[in-house]
Design a protein around this ligand. Structure first.
Ligand code: SAM
Length: 284
């Protein structure tokens, strides 16, 4: 499945790419301060599930949309009229919200994710952009950053740029819902997800993950090996993400124009023991 010569996923000789030609558009240029982050944000280019959103949806089967509505209503009582999902991935959450009559826009960094979402959910607008810099020129009732997208902000400066983007799309009553990793899953006696399963289809596979933790940089590095059921070569994909504790994120939100109004642990999926959600509103 990886290139038989160089064993990487991105090589144009990769037979998987050849079989899914509609998902092989150009990669964006990724620039980050930290040299190593190239490999991380090549997460999009290096993470099997980012490159193939159809497989992402087979591994992560639970939509967070109902939780977002529950959390939004706990603040506002009503449904949002408009929603922006940052790091919208395959687009499933926004498709669910659009079914409720909410006017939705999704922004994601990876073109494959955007193309997949546009193709599968044509009623929702999906745009390619980087949360550190995009500007849509409109404001939304609810802004979500789900599925640990915020953990791609590897250093404080990137996080603050992302929060500036969120503020630029907020009006005074906007509710921001952020789902970082629950860092307690990575420390102490708790374990992060060790196994990822593509349960069926042409690329049925099990991905076994190991993690390294850099205390100094507060980064986790994951190495995951995918073993396929149909005699395909193994694939290894890697990522780095920054871990944030809830109080730390609260500090950055408050420094960048928000008040954190609630922090909630929530049972969400089989892969993550407990998801963590922070709810914030603009402070002015
Ligand atoms: C784990 S997926 C989560 C997808 C979806 N939100 C969910 O909860 O299922 C992380 C997503 O974040 C996106 N992403 C990573 N860095 C980003 C950035 N700088 N700006 C926008 N999206 C980004 C990736 O492309 C990927 O689609």
């Amino acid at each position: 499945m990886s290139c038989t010569v160089c064993k990487t996923l991105n090589c144009t000789n990769n037979p998987l790419l050849a079989r899914l030609p509609d998902l092989t558009s150009e990669q964006p240029t990724i620039s980050q301060n930290n040299g190593d982050a190239m490999t991380t944000l090549s997460g999009p280019t290096n993470d099997l599930l980012h490159k193939f959103p159809n497989l992402y949806e087979k591994v992560f089967t639970v939509s967070t949309a109902p939780t977002c509505i529950e959390l939004y209503q706990s603040q506002c009582g009503s449904l949002p009229r408009t929603a922006l999902d940052i790091g919208s991935g395959p687009g499933r959450e926004l498709a669910d919200l659009a079914e409720m009559g909410i006017d939705c826009v999704g922004v994601d960094f990876v073109p494959m994710m955007v193309e997949y979402a546009q193709k599968n959910y044509p009623k929702v607008e999906f745009i390619q952009g980087d949360m550190r810099e995009f500007r849509l020129g409109r404001k939304f009732d609810m802004i979500t950053i789900l599925g640990a997208c915020i953990n791609y902000m590897l250093d404080n400066a990137d996080l603050e740029k992302a929060l500036t983007t969120v503020l630029a799309h907020s009006h005074e009553d906007t509710v921001v819902i952020v789902e970082p990793y629950n860092t307690t899953s990575f420390v102490g006696t708790n374990t992060p997800p060790l196994e990822y399963v593509i349960p069926d289809g042409e690329f049925k596979a099990v991905g076994s993950a190991t993690y390294e933790w850099s205390q100094k940089e507060q980064l986790i590095s994951r190495v995951r090996t995918w073993r396929f059921s149909e005699g395909q070569d193994d694939i290894q994909d890697t990522y780095k993400q920054r871990l944030y504790f809830a109080k730390e994120l609260q500090y950055f939100f408050e420094k960048n124009g928000f008040s954190v109004v609630n922090t909630v642990e929530h049972q969400q999926s089989k892969i993550y023991n407990k998801s963590l959600f922070l709810l914030a509103t603009p402070s002015n």
